[in-house]
Design a binder for this molecule. Structure first.
Ligand SMILES: C[S@@+](CC[C@H](N)C(=O)[O-])C[C@H]1O[C@@H](n2cnc3c(N)ncnc32)[C@H](O)[C@@H]1O
Length: 292
């Protein structure tokens, strides 16, 4: 089957099984937030427990990590050389033992290009064993091209956004754990810029990644095990126009007016946020000399 037969569809089923049937090297990039294997027993005091409609989130940790490695390696095969995958996860503790996503990411074929902190500013549990964990992690995984492990430079207008992303969790969505729409927007626009291609999300839930892909003019491939979520996502995609505003707001953060060199020359502040201005205001500078 030619790869175009897979485009702009949402497959209902197990991610690993479906990924195994997709061709090699035809997708440009992807982003996902998998089930976190949280055992469904963690009581959230501020936010409801996460329970998906068609799957349990309860595997022996070793089996869970092995499954994630297999899924990530299938994605590595499917994504083109020079392509990227963004993997959202978090640090978890079980009976005092830390499970860090790096534990299994290092066992995949991907190059770990960056760890991004997603500051959600709120999270389910506040108990006193640790400081209130309000962050999640986003791993930028990279598939080398021509044995170059570093890859191409990001344009300044994307790279200036820093490695700490502050987005509140999404509230207007019936799915138990949706992305805020700004998050896949930042990921996809930073990597694809004005190029068009194909974006995959193998645990696409309410379809947030797919809606962003559509708004930005890309093809998409979604997978989710829940028929209910797949149906809802198709419905959401039909009304994608209604979600453009937040996507456009995120795109407006990708702006460079002055390079660092310009600012330095004029003796202007070159840090991220100016101390003189207590309101955290964007200083639109470029890391490099190009004003893209
Ligand atoms: C964290 S949610 C993803 C939410 C999504 N990012 C969004 O914006 O709505 C994880 C999703 O994985 C799905 N899922 C769980 N097990 C799966 C499996 N084996 N294969 C495919 N999807 C699965 C769940 O139904 C759930 O929708």
């Amino acid at each position: 089957m030619i790869s175009s037969n897979y485009l702009n569809k949402i497959f209902c089923g197990d991610a690993l099984k479906i990924l195994k049937n997709l061709p090699d090297n035809f997708v440009d990039m992807g982003i996902t937030s998998p089930p976190y294997n949280k055992g469904e027993n963690k009581r959230g005091w501020l936010v409801k427990n996460v329970k998906y409609s068609a799957s349990s989130d309860k595997l022996p940790e070793k089996d869970y990590q092995n499954l994630q490695i297999k899924v990530l390696n299938e994605l590595f095969r499917i994504i083109k050389e020079g392509g990227s995958f963004f993997y959202n996860h978090k640090l978890r503790w079980e009976k005092g033992e830390l499970y860090h996503p790096i534990d299994w990411l290092r066992k995949t074929k991907w190059i770990i290009r960056q760890e991004i902190i997603w500051d959600r500013m709120i999270a389910a549990n506040i108990r006193g064993w640790r400081f209130w964990q309000v962050e999640e992690r986003i791993y930028w995984l990279y598939k080398p091209k021509n044995k170059n492990l570093i890859g191409e430079e990001l344009k300044s207008k994307h790279a200036l956004l820093t490695s700490i992303w502050r987005f509140s969790p999404e509230k207007n969505n019936s799915h138990p754990a949706p992305f805020p729409i700004e998050l896949p927007t930042r990921v996809i626009y930073s990597i694809m810029d004005d190029n068009k291609g194909t974006i995959i999300d193998p645990y696409c839930g309410s379809g947030t990644t797919l809606v962003v892909a559509k708004i930005l003019g890309h093809n998409f491939i979604g997978i989710d095990i829940s028929q209910e979520y797949v149906n809802n996502s198709y419905q959401r995609l039909k009304n994608f126009e209604n979600e453009k505003i937040k996507v456009i707001e995120e795109l407006q953060k990708h702006v460079v007016n002055k390079t660092f060199q310009d600012r330095k020359k004029n003796n202007k502040f070159t840090g991220r946020f100016s101390n003189q201005n207590k309101k955290q205001k964007f200083i639109e500078v470029s890391l490099f000399d190009n004003k893209d």
